[in-house]
Every structure is written in structure tokens, then in C-alpha cells.
Design a protein around this ligand. Structure first.
Ligand SMILES: NC(=O)C1=CN([C@@H]2O[C@H](COP(=O)(O)OP(=O)(O)OC[C@H]3O[C@@H](n4cnc5c(N)ncnc54)[C@H](O)[C@@H]3O)[C@@H](O)[C@H]2O)C=CC1
Ligand SMILES: O=C([O-])CC(=O)C(=O)O
Length: 369
């Protein structure tokens, strides 16, 4: 594992989604010179910035703040911003931040291939968001085609990259991506991820608030998929263990499942979660980069090809490594409460239908050779 130098600016007790070491490095990159009285002290921080990340849909509500957060990572050397809308301004703006990565802009379909060359992680938030009254599945007709086209380009230009799918409906867009990659002969199930981190972020926040716990300590695994009842927080597996009444479990579960709708309604037609999603996606990117960098202790929930249940795709905790998913973590699904077991059975038909819808779409569309 590459060693990462921290500095005297590091504050060991401080953590964020980026983790202790990265947070320290980040602080150092914000303040390359620390003032000690009249003397200017150069910090010894040398970032191990070596990974290339592409954001497809970078001019959007998620894309812009996500690009900013990725620009903060000391592990990133190159940040490629691609969108069908003009992304030049976003890139120019970000490029003035004195953090290690260089930012390159790629606007329009003719630039897509170039944006993907040599990239290690591709994040896809391209597509339309919900308005009040819509389900995520209502986005299928537009977003399915967008994801298909973008993943074809990923297959042609950086088939080895980790692929993070944010575009909804994730329950269907991930199976679409898998089919596209299969047809192109480059499918590696260990490297295709549906980003469900926001469900975990919400679960952690809501449980910590409810139980008056320190936010940074709380970890709730969320399994299943990413829509309505397919989002299943396993509150009985919360770390540290918490005692919840049946009523609290019911209320928390429903709130976590409806977190997206809560934001869609509050935004009243102006889109869905963007800032919390950018935060969650940046955490997942950072975890992927740490895994690529050889950190042997990286776990995240994600919607991936899975044999934990009879469904071919299922979100669960996974161990990430250099080659992608190193292991699915089955223990979260063992010893569930009666409430969780019932909810798990109840989500399966909807998730199965969404997976089949994605596969059918990809197979009736010709994949561009
Ligand atoms: N997985 C999750 O937890 C979450 C997923 N989402 C989903 O993320 C997606 C994006 O949401 P927002 O950023 O709020 O939408 P937005 O409309 O603000 O931004 C989408 C961006 O994608 C671009 N775009 C559209 N077609 C494209 C293509 N073919 N190639 C490249 N770029 C393209 C647009 O120009 C726009 O800049 C939606 O589908 C939304 O439902 C949103 C929140 C959470
Ligand atoms: O609710 C939506 O449409 C966006 C989303 O997936 C979320 O916020 O979890």
C-alpha cells in the first residue's frame, strides 16, 4: 500500500466521509503554508495523487458539487468532466482550487471517448431527476437510453474502470449497464456498482439523531435496492447496537425509504437530492480510490451482481479491493428480525421486476459495435 504522508496540521480525532488520513491530507492541501508566529512553515505534504476519475453528467445538480468534492481528494490526479451541456465553466471554476488534480472539460458527444481514456473510476449521474408525484421508475424511458449509451463508451474506452451508476432508476440502470458490458465482451461484475451510499448516509443520520449518538460512530447497513420498499435498512445491525421500539423501527425504516421523496417534495419541482447525493457519491469514490490504492479495510454498501439472495442484483455491504468487489458480506442478512425478514421478502418481487425490465430493455436495443 502506498504510504500517505500526513502533516502536523493533521487532527487525529477529526474524521469525515474521507476518513482520518485523507482528512488530514486534505487540510494540508487547503493550507500549503502554515503560519507559526512570524515564521512561514512549509508543510511536508506530498499527495499520492495518481488516479483519474471521470464524471459523466458533470454540469448537473449532482455533477457539479460531486466534482468539487472529488477535486478535494488527494488521491486524484486527473478529473475529467463530461456533459452534453457546456461544462467548460465548471471546469475553469474548479481548476482554481489549489488541490492536486488537474481538471479537464469535455463537452458534447464527440468528446465522450476522450473523456474516458485512461480513467480508473467513472461516475455516472447523467440523466433526468424526479419531480413531485413521480417514481424513480418514471425516469426509465429517458435515463435507460442515456446510461446505455454512456456505458457503451465506457466499454470501448476504459473497460477496466470501476463504474459507479447514480442515474435512476438504479434498480434497472445497473442491469442495463451489465448487459451492455456483456455484449461488448468486457463485463466484470466486480467493477460495476449501483451507488446506494445515500441510503446509508440517510440511515446513519436519522438513527444518530433519534438516539442522540455521535454521527461519525453510527453505521447502518442498507440492503436490497434503491427505490421505495426495495430500500431496506437493517436497523438491527446498526453499529453501535441501538435499542429501538417496534414503532421507532417502523418510522425510521419508512423515513429512510422515503428520504428521496422527502427532498423531491421540498424542492417542489426543482429536482431531487443533489448535495447529499454528491456527498454520498464522493464518499463512494473515495472508498473506491482507497481500495485501488491498496487499503485492505474498505467496506461500503452497493447494489451489485450478487448471489446473497435469489435475485441477480442486490445491494449489500461489500469489501472493496484493487480488483473491485472482493467479497459480499453475507453476515448482515443472517439473524434478521421478523420485521426485516418480512420486508426482505416483500421487496423481492419489485426488485426482480425492475431488474428484468432493465435486462429486457438492453436486449431489445442493439448495442453499437
Ligand atoms: N443513486 C442515487 O442515490 C441518486 C440518484 N439520483 C439520480 O441522478 C440523476 C441526475 O440527477 P441531477 O444531477 O439532479 O440531474 P440534473 O438534471 O441536474 O443533471 C443531469 C445532468 O446530466 C446531463 N446529461 C443528460 N444526458 C446526458 C448524456 N447523454 N450524457 C452526459 N450528460 C448528460 C445533463 O446535461 C445535466 O447536466 C437522476 O437520474 C436522479 O434521479 C439523484 C439522487 C440520488
Ligand atoms: O429520490 C430521487 O428521485 C433521487 C434519489 O434517488 C434519492 O434521493 O435517493
Amino acid at each position: 500500500m502506498a504510504s500517505r504522508q500526513t502533516t502536523s496540521l493533521a487532527c487525529e480525532s477529526e474524521t469525515s466521509f474521507l476518513g482520518k488520513e485523507t482528512t488530514a491530507a486534505l487540510r494540508a492541501s487547503f493550507a500549503l503554508k502554515a503560519h507559526k508566529g512570524a515564521q512561514v512553515v512549509q508543510t511536508p505534504f506530498q499527495p499520492q495523487a495518481s488516479y483519474k476519475v471521470a464524471v459523466l453528467g458533470a454540469a448537473g445538480g449532482i455533477g457539479q458539487p460531486l466534482a468539487l468534492l472529488i477535486k478535494m481528494s488527494p488521491l486524484v490526479s486527473d478529473l475529467h468532466l463530461y456533459d452534453i451541456a457546456n461544462v467548460k465553466g465548471v471546469a475553469a471554476d474548479l481548476s482554481h482550487c489549489n488541490t492536486p488534480s488537474q481538471v479537464l472539460d469535455f463537452t458534447g458527444a464527440s468528446e465522450l471517448a476522450n473523456s474516458l481514456k485512461g480513467v480508473d473510476v467513472v461516475v455516472i449521474p447523467a440523466g433526468v431527476p424526479r419531480k413531485p408525484g413521480m417514481t424513480r421508475d418514471d425516469l426509465f424511458n429517458i435515463n435507460a437510453g442515456i446510461v446505455k449509451n454512456l456505458v457503451e463508451a465506457v466499454a470501448d474506452n476504459c473497460p477496466e474502470a470501476f463504474i459507479h451508476i447514480i442515474s435512476n432508476p438504479v434498480n434497472s440502470t445497473v442491469p442495463i449497464a451489465a448487459e451492455v458490458l456483456k455484449k461488448k465482451g468486457v463485463y466484470n461484475p466486480k467493477k460495476l456498482f449501483g451507488v446506494t451510499t445515500l441510503d446509508v448516509v440517510r440511515a446513519n443520520t436519522f438513527v444518530a439523531q433519534k438516539k442522540n449518538l455521535k454521527l461519525i460512530d453510527v453505521d447502518v447497513p442498507v440492503v436490497g435496492g434503491h427505490a421505495g420498499i426495495t430500500i431496506l435498512p437493517l436497523l438491527s445491525k446498526t453499529k453501535p447496537s441501538v435499542s429501538l421500539t417496534d414503532e421507532e423501527v417502523e418510522k425510521l425504516t419508512v423515513r429512510i425509504q422515503n428520504g428521496g421523496t422527502e427532498v423531491v417534495e421540498a424542492k417542489a419541482g426543482a429536482g431531487s437530492a443533489t448535495l447529499s447525493m454528491a456527498y454520498a457519491a464522493a464518499r463512494f469514490v473515495e472508498s473506491s480510490l482507497r481500495a485501488l490504492d491498496g487499503d485492505g479495510d474498505v467496506y461500503e454498501c452497493s447494489y451489485v451482481e450478487s448471489d446473497l439472495t435469489e435475485l441477480p442484483f442486490f445491494a449489500s455491504r461489500v469489501k472493496l479491493g484493487r480488483k473491485g468487489v472482493e467479497a459480499l458480506i453475507p453476515s448482515d442478512l443472517q439473524g434478521l428480525t421478523e420485521y426485516e425478514l418480512k420486508a426482505l421478502e416483500a421487496l423481492k418481487p419489485e426488485l426482480k421486476a425492475s431488474i428484468e425490465k432493465g435486462i429486457a430493455f438492453a436486449n431489445k436495443q442493439a448495442v453499437t459495435a
